[in-house]
Ligand binder design. Structure first.
Ligand code: SAH
Ligand code: ZN
Ligand code: ZN
Ligand code: ZN
Ligand code: ZN
Length: 497
């Protein structure tokens, strides 16, 4: 399978972004997203609301048809369910607790590992049967080490940066002159910024963490943490919380701000891009008039095979060759000989030539492409680019007229390059346009997409949509089509080839 091809990350289900017309119903994760099943046959699928943050019903079972009448009783039940899922303390309360905790003598500074909470003296009794540890001052400054990483594969697995990657990010941003870093789902970066400020060797930087994991609220003040959902741009703390973001985005005293986001890889690109655009819009409004059409500088960390999808949503972005790696993910290691390479890259609207990648790790500057590239990414004179996406050395196929992966061979009957053991003759048909059946483009690029759906064209396709829609089609795609997560897993597995 071509990992670099347009990646339909919604497996026949499209997200319809909110247009402000009617408010979406809420689950514990804020306003739900509106989805539409795209059926192969042609008829418009029935639209439904589902949780924005959780891809697995086990994590959030919210479901509602768009045109469904919801009884008063169900609304009330839903409201109390949402209430019950709220954090036990407000951000203000967390702050006060942290202040108290910090002033405790060392042997009274306890952290309950079972409840993942800092304990104040009066609370230890209630947790006496739980596992708890004493927290040193140094540990208190590294919440991402103290807290157990969430490991829910589908919705919220937390992969923490290695020192190599987090230091690279911070050094790069500092060198580019940024003094404020908006950390969206990057708790370890925020932590490093605060640690460095303590050293007083560098220019101080400000940071604000936006994250759905409210365990982090325990460690930060109100202007350092907002409980936030990046799939629907929802602030759980309401107006007060979005005001914190606004204040942070205001570049008073010439302090330049940049965003670094590292969303869960199972996440949908379109709603993420929408949230980041909204953040940029907020930033722009707060700018002095001369930059009224500028975009807020951003870095979005995501696997390379999402490149077409991300660029489709955010055309001003470029993918950089830098391989981001993680402490607690064995697969995502930086590419050295004999080790697997990380598929995770930086997508940014900062000029690629300004993002200097470390020479000692094997990156070099390509003067033709005007960007830093990985050592194995050799410039192809025929394509006039450094073509590699996955970190391996690609090879030019003169028949295809483009560079392809080293493991691929040109297939005469398919008329293109593919893996030697590809399902010959079928691959392309399956990957044709979902809407009109053409093999020349994907559904997203279909010229007929927005006018109407062509019916009948691909009626012979198995599992044609419409009927058999399971209760929550998004999360349980039936039949042969693999779920987005499954296909991504396959891609991840394919990386080892
Ligand atoms: N590499 C980063 C962590 C990335 S893991 C680091 O080292 O700092 C993904 C992060 O996104 C986690 O912190 C997780 O809590 C957060 N997250 C997951 N889903 C989210 C959502 N819907 N909204 C906001 N943050 C989310
Ligand atoms: Zn406990
Ligand atoms: Zn080439
Ligand atoms: Zn070829
Ligand atoms: Zn073939």
């Amino acid at each position: 399978m071509d990992m670099t091809e347009a990646h339909d990350d919604s497996f026949g289900i499209e997200v319809i972004l909110p247009d402000g017309d009617k408010p979406a119903p809420c689950c514990p994760h804020g306003p739900a997203l509106l989805f539409e099943k795209v059926s192969k046959g042609g008829e418009t699928g029935r639209r439904f609301y589902a949780c924005s943050a959780c891809r697995d019903r086990k994590d959030c079972k919210f479901f509602q048809w768009e045109d469904e009448k919801v009884s008063e009783a169900r609304l009330l039940a839903r409201e109390s369910e949402n209430q019950s899922k709220r954090p036990p303390f407000t951000q203000q309360e967390y702050c006060n607790r942290f202040r108290k905790f910090s002033s405790l003598p060392l042997d009274e500074k306890k952290f309950c590992q079972d409840c993942q909470i800092l304990l104040l003296p009066g609370e230890c009794e209630a947790h006496s049967s739980h596992r708890s540890t004493v927290v040193t001052v140094a540990q208190l400054r590294r919440p991402s080490v103290l807290l157990r990483p969430l490991d829910n594969k589908k919705s919220n697995a937390q992969y923490l940066f290695t020192d190599r990657s987090s230091h690279f990010l911070l050094d790069t941003l500092a060198a580019l002159g940024y003094r404020k870093v908006l950390c969206v789902g990057t708790p370890r970066l925020q932590e490093l910024i605060k640690l460095r400020n303590l050293e007083q060797k560098h220019e101080p930087m400000k940071s604000l963490l936006l994250d759905i994991d409210f365990r982090y609220a325990q460690f930060y003040s109100q202007d350092e943490f907002c409980h936030y959902n990046m799939f629907n741009h929802h602030f759980f703390g309401g107006e007060a919380s979005s005001a914190v973001l606004q204040a942070f985005l205001t570049e008073s005293g010439g302090e330049k701000v940049v965003m670094v986001a590292d969303p869960p890889f199972g996440g949908l690109v379109k709603p993420l891009a929408n949230s980041f655009s909204l953040i940029s819009k907020t930033w722009r409004k707060l700018q002095s008039s001369d930059s009224s059409n500028a975009d807020m500088p951003m870095m979005w960390i995501f696997p390379y095979f999402f490149e077409p999808r991300i660029l489709e949503c955010l055309p001003s972005f470029t993918m950089l060759d830098y391989q981001v790696d993680y402490d607690n993910h064995p697969l995502y290691k930086h590419g050295k000989t004999g080790r697997k390479q990380s598929p995770v890259r930086l997508f940014t609207n900062i000029s690629p030539k300004d993002v200097v990648l470390p020479k000692e790790e094997g990156y070099r500057f390509c003067s033709v492409c005007q960007r830093f590239v990985w050592s194995l990414n050799k410039h192809c004179a025929k394509c006039n680019v450094c073509p590699s996406k996955d970190g391996r050395e690609w090879r030019h196929c003169s028949t295809c007229g483009k560079c392809v992966k080293p493991s691929w061979r040109h297939c005469q009957s398919c008329g293109r390059c593919a893996l030697p053991d590809h399902p010959c003759g079928h691959a392309q048909e399956k990957e044709g346009c979902f809407n009109c059946g053409s093999l020349k483009h994907k559904r997203k690029a279909c010229p007929l997409k927005d006018t109407h759906r062509v019916s009948g064209h691909r009626s012979n396709v198995k599992n044609s949509g419409g009927k058999n829609v399971s209760h929550k089609p998004l999360l349980k795609a039936k039949g042969k089509r693999k779920s987005g997560a499954a296909r991504r897993a396959k891609k991840m597995a394919a990386l080892s080839m």
